[in-house]
Design a protein around this ligand. Sequence first.
Ligand SMILES: CC(C)(COP(=O)(O)OP(=O)(O)OC[C@H]1O[C@@H](n2cnc3c(N)ncnc32)[C@H](O)[C@@H]1OP(=O)(O)O)[C@@H](O)C(=O)NCCC(=O)NCCSC(=O)/C=C/CC(=O)O
Ligand SMILES: Cc1cc2nc3c(=O)[nH]c(=O)nc-3n(C[C@H](O)[C@H](O)[C@H](O)COP(=O)(O)OP(=O)(O)OC[C@H]3O[C@@H](n4cnc5c(N)ncnc54)[C@H](O)[C@@H]3O)c2cc1C
Length: 661
Amino acid sequence: MPLNKYIQDGDNQDLTNERFKATFDTEHLATVYHGGEEKLKKLRHIRNEITKRGHLFDSIPSAHRTRAEKIEDVSRKLKNLMETVSDFADVTDNLDMVAIIRDVMGVDGFPLALHTLMFVPTLQNQADDEQIEEWLMEAIQGKIIGTYAQTELGHGTNLSAIETTATFDKSTDEFVIHTPTTTATKWWPGGLGTSCTHVVLVANLIIDLKNYGLHPFFVPIRDRNTYLPLSGISVGDIGSKMGVNCVDNGFLAFVNYRIPRRNMLMKHSKVSKDGSYTAPPHPKAAYTTMLYVRSELILHQSCYLAMAMAISIRYSAVRRQGEIKAGTQEVQILDYQTQQYRLFPGLARVFAYVTAAATVSAMTESCIKDLSHGNSDVLADLHALSCGLKAVVTHQASQSIDQARQACGGHGYSDASYLPSLYTSSVGACTYEGENMVMLLQLARYLMKAATKKDEGAALTPLVAYLGGKSDQISTGNDKFAKLLSHFEHIARRRVMHAYRQMIEEEQHGVERDYAFANHSVDWAKAARAHTKLFIANGFAARVQTISDDAVRDVFTTLVELYLCYELMEMAADLTADGYLSEADVQQLRVQIYESLKKIRPNAVSIVDSFDLCDRELRSVLGRRDGHVYENLYKWAQLSPLNQKNLPHVEKYLKPMTSKL
Ligand SMILES: CC(C)(COP(=O)(O)OP(=O)(O)OC[C@H]1O[C@@H](n2cnc3c(N)ncnc32)[C@H](O)[C@@H]1OP(=O)(O)O)[C@@H](O)C(=O)NCCC(=O)NCCSC(=O)/C=C/CC(=O)O
Ligand SMILES: Cc1cc2nc3c(=O)[nH]c(=O)nc-3n(C[C@H](O)[C@H](O)[C@H](O)COP(=O)(O)OP(=O)(O)OC[C@H]3O[C@@H](n4cnc5c(N)ncnc54)[C@H](O)[C@@H]3O)c2cc1C
């Protein structure tokens, strides 16, 4: 085994021993995980450049600050970053930016998070050439700071009910933006609270009393010099949240506020001076930013999960607690099968999601390019796919991160572990960018149409072609993945067709389709989950064939096996229903899981080392590369502001209660 760069003199001995056990070269797995040598090299270059710039680091752990102090500190780092980032990274490359943001800002967000994630991409994809010329460069340079203002107090999911209006006034060639009711107040947009000078506003376009539906508008909201709200605008912060508290999510309301006609983003739809309207190439073309962000979220979630796994698995190698046989030495908690069962499926999911993220991101890029040429052929397919992935990945990633947190016992609950931040950031995405259940039902509507086609004997697109197949009993062939993947197909097909038949049966009793669908929406949501898991499983299994290094391929194969068996066991009831598999077959899957856990155990620490995350990025005392957890937990605690003398609560309230004087 070549020299392992993670092994250094003076490290915790248990962690060093783990690294000596690895059956593969971490460098080779890192190359696979990061999508090739070039990408890994670039990532390391970026990290080295950040290392040279001390002004980009946290000055004290964020957990020891108030919300206002946290926002001040990330803003300080942000300004420093904006000044130098283009010297060492390609700001248009998402992978570069995800790595930089994770390293410099951490996962609790920052005031320009939505500027980067939604405002700039919306200008890029929805503004026409002249508008791009006018606004994009200023936005990229941070001379204007924006967000994506769509959700209202009363309406988030149901976009059709959004109330804000942009009424065209031919006489002045302007739109009049108005918030007609309290429930129409924009609520939630990140950065809106205190930071934004502009927003992309999603509002109903009204021309000559006719409502043309939702359209995006480029709207200045604060004076760029004074930061005061412009006249006719009320704006502010909505207060603290469960997580991402370095983002100043805000509210925004308008009273007959005027913007020039050319401030409507006009790549897809247009309004001319005389009020004539040009429709977009697809009715939902204005929703492409959401489509884009949903696909980006898959990558973000895989990063959060990778960080949680690195922290929890390293700590589990350092932590000794209890004995397997009384009177013997305390064991590393990573030796407990229960600990492995808690952690290793999450580890496998990291690789599964990173694979899915690369696929969906490439599909989205190509779909947006097609749309800019007026071609919307794949939009509906991609919308359905990204809705399913968004829902399944955010849900499972946050579940696995919480398992990682619990697997660290008490120290996992401390902010010193960084696991609470990772969890709250991950779980927030179950709600934003489309509430997960609603996203599953979007995919379900697509599956319903596919099931109808199947019923009618019409051709099926590749993503749903499996609906047309028949479930085979387990084959006796040798190809393990093929057999396991056929189980996924079986479950997805069974769930889709079950929901479909239930719905049809109701229709036959005179219930309208929309109600029949709604009456079986739990089954439809289950069908959508199974379809998405099949998509992820197929992509993950196919990835193995692309790995040339034998030792890495062996490790990867075990991770795929664990992933497939674990996800199947989560749906075990579907496997035994209708006698598809016997109890003994299911028990065999369970045994395969335990075998995979055993195989992964000696490699676990080196697998997470291959994520190539440095201590600065992990921000976790538990996840330190050197394993020196306890002395650093002690140091971390010393920094708590509550360790000062003469604290007001003690002086004012406690001392008077306890004092004998
Ligand atoms: C639930 C949605 C999709 C319903 O859409 P709506 O327009 O309200 O209903 P309709 O009945 O008019 O349309 C449904 C119809 O449209 C198809 N469709 C929807 N979206 C797309 C799309 N992007 N591309 C192609 N097609 C699309 C859909 O499939 C239906 O087709 P049918 O043939 O079945 O009729 C919608 O309201 C929605 O997306 N809601 C979620 C709102 C949301 O995601 N908000 C995000 C706000 S920004 C944010 O959260 C930021 C977070 C911070 C961060 O990211 O860090
Ligand atoms: C941290 C955070 C950041 C955000 N950032 C932004 C931002 O930058 N810009 C922005 O515009 N918005 C933002 N949002 C808002 C976010 O997009 C919405 O909260 C999200 O889309 C969910 O909508 P909602 O809050 O209206 O939930 P609701 O739709 O009210 O959901 C409540 C419940 O109703 C159910 N439900 C709703 N509709 C249906 C249906 N049709 N069928 C079945 N069940 C249904 C849901 O499943 C859920 O259980 C942010 C939210 C959060 C939490």
